[in-house]
Design a protein. Sequence first.
Length: 159
Amino acid sequence: MTTTLPVNASAACGVADWPAPAPAPVPAKSVYTECIEEENKHKWIESEKAGYDLGEGCIQRWVEKHWMGYLRARWVEHLQGKCFWVELDRGDFGLLEREFKEHKELLDTILDQLKTGKENLLVLLWAINAQIPTETVISILKALDVNSRRLVHRFEKQR
């Protein structure tokens, strides 16, 4: 015999008082280790197209073309608390969830622009053109501090 409980039965049974389930653990990864995988995928695809192994030069071209965008996307994941990247500042992990909950939609739009490689000035110009209050945009951009979050790739010269 099957018994069905009324809709509000969970509250009557005390289920509503149960603590929320713990969030799934966030993965911890290395930007450099994951980057090597991306480089090797790129080299394999390009070598297959060419019909021969393109070697380290292919990886260097990937670095020149994609490293900054790759790094920026990982940095945004770190700031959002989606993935803990060990080379990035521990204090920045989940920063956006802590600081800008009330501006989530605006924050997501700004992050989408930054992920595509736009710099602060272009984001600010977008806000002006869209008639979005620049004070909020500037406070978000200051907290993100895009230009201070640079890691050097092994093929790049130390500056």
